[in-house]
Structures are given as structure tokens and as C-alpha cells.
Design a protein around this ligand. Structure first.
Ligand code: FO1
Length: 323
């Protein structure tokens, strides 16, 4: 167990990579209820008449110990009878909704139609799964990510799943961001007097973290908060652990590296954690005034997630004590 039970933490997260660190944090915190995980909702979409929130669900299933360990998304021990029956009717099957997972989308959609906020539904459902950490959407307002590609604009899941990230990326738009407000749970967690750190998980900066930062007021709240803001690199040795981060960076003319990730968050972060494989980049990043920690960041086994969580918490505590 790490850290005093009286300190609270905020983690900004996308799906699979962020959820791994969130799980490690829950394991090592004396009270996981002191952790608020802010989920990217830029990936959310209406599909088959249902509201699907992939990053919220990946976090919920991972923290509940129910995630599919092969894909990182969806549930373990899942069946596909619904998809098979839908396909036989000529329905859309490019986005796989497992039978158990389907219940999540049906129930969430019912509650939203009945007038509950996404925050309320998310909180209620994660509690039903026995998850003690708070999972809050970045906003209760829709802020769908649009991927600008050489083939035209694509809704996020059309780019990511249907097109398998194939089209060359030109940029990203966070539709509706200007009118969106951060969720109350997000702002309250940032304003907590006992906040120990804001942790930017090793998620894709463009499609997982930037949508959160695009919500008006979030950057200002992060800059104003006294607790250190610490990011963990999702790039190890020039490669993304999972997903299209490195491909997207290259297509945007940025050489994929831990240093480029640190630069992406310039002005926002106090500390940056990078892998031992990228030790050579530490001095360059430190020269920008950011405090740097080099450690093992690959999270394969449960013990790796816990070790990284411990390292991040200790690092943040050191920065907080020095500042
Ligand atoms: N990712 C895929 O690559 N293919 C799928 O069919 C798919 C279905 C799916 C269903 C529910 C869910 O919560 C996530 C799902 N994902 C699927 C993952 C998801 O599209 C991405 O992981 C995230 O949006 C990126 O963080």
C-alpha cells in the first residue's frame, strides 16, 4: 500500500493503456476511493441506436477485473450471439458488441433517455461492478472526435475500427468542445484541497488526452491546481505499446519519441515519466524545466502496473514536496 489515505488523486485516461495504470493505482492506494479517473469521451458514439462509451467501459471492466485481457476492451468470456444474429439479418457488424457488453449499452442508453446524466449513469454502473475508484466522464456534453484524413473527415470509430486506422491523418477536431463544460465530478476532484497529483496516463495524446484538454476550463484548472501534473509516456523506444500513437505522430510530421510526447504537454506538466529504453532523452526534457523520472513503464503483468503506479505516486510526492 502506498500513500496516505487522506490524499486524493486525479488520473486522465483513454482506454486500454490508461486503464492498466488506473488498475495499478487502485491496487497500491490504501483507499482506491481517493482516485478519480477522468475518462475521454471523444470516442463515444451512437451505434445501433445505443450510446457506446468505449473508454468509460474499458476503465469500468478493467477496474472490476472483468476486461478481456487479449483485446484490452470488452469483457472476458464474452459471446457473440447477438452479432451473429445481426449479421444474418444484414445488420452492421463492423463494431463488435459482445452479448454481455451489450447489456451495458442498453442500460446506459435507457437511463440517458430517462434524463440521467452520463456522470450519474457512469457512477451508478461502476458501483454495481464493485469498482471503488470514481470514474467520471470528461464532460456530460458530447464532444465527439472527428479524424481529418486524406480521404475526408471520419467519425472516430469509423476511422479507428471500421477503417482500422488506415487513412492518413491530417488532424483532429473535437466537435462541440466550445459549448461543452467539464463534468462536475472532474472539476470537484481537481479542486479538492487534499489533491496529491494529476496523472496523465500513458494514453494516446491526440485521441485520448487532447479531447479532455479541449473541454473549456480544463487547461486553466490544471494550470491553477497546486498539485503536480505528471504525464507518463505512451511511447517506448519510438514505438507505441498498443494502438496508432506512433503512426499518428509520424503522419503529423512528429518523430515518435518520448521527448515529443513531453513537448506535446509543454506548459501543462510539472513531471514526466519515461521508460528506461528512452533514458537518453531525459536530459533534453529536463532542460525544458520539467522534472524527469526514468523507470520501467511497460505494463504487462499486474506487478508491472503496481510498480509503475508506485513509482508515479512517489515521483509526484517528491515534486510536490520540492515545489
Ligand atoms: N475495437 C476494435 O478494434 N474493434 C471492435 O469491434 C471494437 C468494439 C468495441 C466495443 C465496445 C467497446 O467498449 C470498445 C470496442 N473497441 C473495439 C475498442 C474501441 O473502439 C477503442 O479501443 C477505443 O475507442 C480507443 O480507445
Amino acid at each position: 500500500m502506498t500513500s496516505s489515505a487522506s490524499v486524493s488523486y486525479v488520473a486522465l485516461s483513454g482506454g486500454v493503456g490508461g486503464a492498466k495504470l488506473a488498475l495499478g493505482l487502485c491496487d497500491v492506494l490504501e483507499d482506491p476511493g481517493r482516485l478519480t479517473v477522468v475518462a475521454n469521451t471523444g470516442d463515444d458514439f451512437e451505434h445501433l441506436g445505443l450510446k457506446v462509451c468505449p473508454d468509460i467501459d474499458t476503465l469500468t471492466y478493467t477496474l472490476a477485473g472483468l476486461a478481456n485481457s487479449e483485446t484490452g476492451w470488452g469483457r472476458a468470456g464474452e459471446s457473440g450471439a447477438f452479432m451473429e444474429a445481426l449479421g444474418a439479418l444484414g445488420g452492421e457488424t463492423w463494431f463488435f458488441l459482445g452479448d454481455k457488453d451489450l447489456a451495458m449499452h442498453v442500460e446506459r442508453s435507457r437511463r440517458l433517455r430517462a434524463g440521467e446524466s452520463l456522470s450519474a449513469v457512469t457512477s451508478e454502473l461502476r458501483a454495481r461492478f464493485g469498482v471503488r475508484a470514481h470514474i467520471v466522464p470528461m464532460s456530460d456534453d458530447p464532444v465527439p472526435t472527428i479524424v481529418e484524413t486524406e480521404e475526408g473527415p471520419l467519425a472516430f470509430q469509423h476511422y479507428f475500427v471500421r477503417e482500422r486506422c488506415r487513412p492518413r491523418v491530417l488532424g483532429f477536431r473535437h466537435e462541440g468542445a466550445a459549448q461543452a463544460r467539464p463534468s462536475a465530478g472532474f472539476l470537484d476532484a481537481l479542486a479538492a484541497p487534499d489533491l496529491g497529483a494529476v496523472i496523465i496516463c500513458p494514453s494516446n495524446p491526440y485521441i485520448s488526452i487532447d479531447p479532455i484538454l479541449a473541454v473549456p476550463g480544463v487547461r486553466a484548472a490544471l494550470t491553477a491546481c497546486e498539485a503536480p501534473v505528471v504525464a507518463i509516456s505512451p511511447i517506448i523506444g519510438g514505438q507505441a505499446v498498443k494502438g496508432p500513437t506512433a503512426k499518428m505522430m509520424a503522419e503529423r510530421g512528429v518523430a515518435p519519441s518520448a521527448a515529443a510526447i513531453a513537448e506535446h504537454y509543454a506548459g501543462l506538466i510539472d513531471g514526466f515519466v519515461l521508460d528506461e529504453a528512452d533514458r537518453d532523452a531525459a536530459a533534453v526534457i529536463a532542460a525544458t524545466g520539467v522534472v524527469v523520472e526514468v523507470t520501467a513503464t511497460m505494463m504487462t503483468a499486474r506487478a508491472d502496473k503496481q510498480a509503475l503506479a508506485r513509482a508515479v505516486l512517489a515521483f509526484a510526492e517528491r515534486i510536490g514536496a520540492a515545489g
